[in-house]
Design a protein around this ligand. Structure first.
Ligand code: ADP
Ligand code: MG
Length: 408
């Protein structure tokens, strides 16, 4: 299955044509300040390519989770203001999605101009479960593009959503993969087909229940799965250890036991930490100590101790595995990295990823935030995925509606 690319569209010629681009401008805000403009910077190249080629660019994007009607706090205004600062071309923001403002401003665009439509989720039809409702919204978006429009999907973070601006629109206009989506798909494909071995997967984060589907799909594909983060305690419980007050999803113990049983037949090895950092309570300044993973209740904090990070011996062992790998995928911090005292495991993994000769991919919103917070640069990793949920669903082997609709 292949999709048409942005370069093919540009080669066809876009001067004077209305090109609708779905971008991912879903940035974190503090009031009206963009606190991390990573996604805006990542979206800029495709918009700029089209503008340079003389297209009249209409950008659709969402921000947060408004409930299907305009809400000032979810306006794209701050994101578009930042885009305009970074962009060498003219950028405007419509006051609505497909209403009077969008129509008027779209009609007045010159070649190379860029108009961003307001948050597509201000229209309830964007996320509707009803095909006809989504289709009707997509038709109104199409109408803004006139007779010779085209669609470019550059919002990897939204490809797992069957939404009007992601999916339905691609059934109505000639459609192309944006460069960002193209790169993400190429990278994720390397993690699922003809993967260079050893293939080591590092999984952490908070809940094992969020990661079960991906673990299931990795059995038999990954050579080694290194287990850290909050989920490690459900693994420890599954092999019969007590975890005191640590995060435990007791109802998932049988599922984890089943994975552990299936793993050896499948040729995948789980590595569970042998030491953990246990704290007196969940706080940045909590007292803490390193204990053996099978003796968590024997810490000074007894049955109330909480495991907040993998221990140094485990971190070093994980780092060795990573350095010996040819491919590494990492999702989920090893501990509560937001607290300096419990960031050691996550830092050790990030460091090992920067030192291994392996092809390295970091996926997951908090994991990407962790490497940046801990002072690493994006360029030190093979690839940092922009779409947490979308990259996990890809690795789960799920059909991503926004991608398959571009296949032909
Ligand atoms: P991602 O967004 O990268 O997929 P998750 O959302 O699954 O990652 O998990 C990130 C969160 O997991 C972080 O906020 C971190 O504090 C938390 N976490 C990691 N280890 C633990 C632990 N031992 N106990 C509780 N929370 C943890
Ligand atoms: Mg997260």
């Amino acid at each position: 299955m292949t999709s048409h690319t942005l370069n093919e569209l540009i080669a066809e010629g876009v001067r004077g044509r209305y090109i609708l681009v779905r971008s991912d401008l879903n940035v974190p805000l503090d009031g009206s300040t963009v606190t991390d403009d990573g996604r805006i910077k990542a979206s800029l190249p495709v918009i700029e390519k089209l503008s340079d080629a003389g297209a009249r660019v209409l950008v659709t994007a969402h921000l947060g989770r408004p409930k299907g009607s305009p809400e000032a706090k979810y306006s794209l205004k701050p994101a578009v203001a930042r885009l305009a600062e970074l962009a060498p071309f003219k950028v405007q923001l419509a006051d609505d999605t497909v209403g009077g403002s969008a129509k008027e401003l779209a009609a007045s665009l010159g070649d190379g101009d860029v108009l961003v439509l307001e948050n597509v989720r201000f229209d309830a039809r964007e996320t509707s479960k009803d095909d006809a409702e989504r289709g009707a919204f997509a038709d109104e978006l199409v109408a803004l593009t006139g007779d010779n429009g085209a669609f470019v999907d550059d919002a990897f973070g939204a490809v797992h959503r069957k939404h009007a601006s992601v999916y339905d629109i691609a059934t109505k206009l000639p459609s192309y993969q944006g460069d960002l989506v193209h790169t993400e798909v190429e990278v994720l494909r390397k993690l699922t087909t003809d993967t260079q071995r050893p293939y080591v997967v590092v999984l952490g984060g908070s809940k094992v229940s969020d990661k079960l589907a991906v673990i299931d799909n990795l059995l038999g594909k990954a050579d080694t799965i290194l287990v850290g983060g909050g989920m490690l305690f459900t693994f420890l419980a599954a092999v019969g250890h007590k975890v005191a007050g640590s995060l435990l999803e007791a109802d998932q113990i049988p599922v984890v036991q089943d994975y552990l049983k299936r793993a050896s037949d499948a040729g995948t090895a789980f590595v569970i930490p042998t030491d953990v950092v246990v704290a007196s309570r969940f706080a940045a300044d909590a007292e803490h100590e390193v204990v053996a993973a099978d003796a968590i209740e024997d810490s000074s904090f007894g049955a109330s101790g909480i495991g907040l990070d993998i221990g140094p011996v485990s971190a070093a062992a994980f780092a060795e595995q990573i350095k010996a790998a040819k491919t590494v995928f990492w999702n989920g911090p090893m501990g509560v990295f937001e607290f300096e005292a419990f960031s050691g495991g996550t830092r050790a993994i990030a460091q090992a990823l920067t030192e291994t000769p392996a092809f390295t991919v970091v996926g997951g919103g908090d994991s990407a935030a962790a490497v940046r917070t801990l002072g690493f640069a994006d360029s030190q990793f093979g690839h940092i995925s922009t779409g947490g949920g979308a990259s996990l669903e890809y690795l789960e082997g799920k059909d991503l509606p926004g991608l398959s609709v571009l296949d032909r």
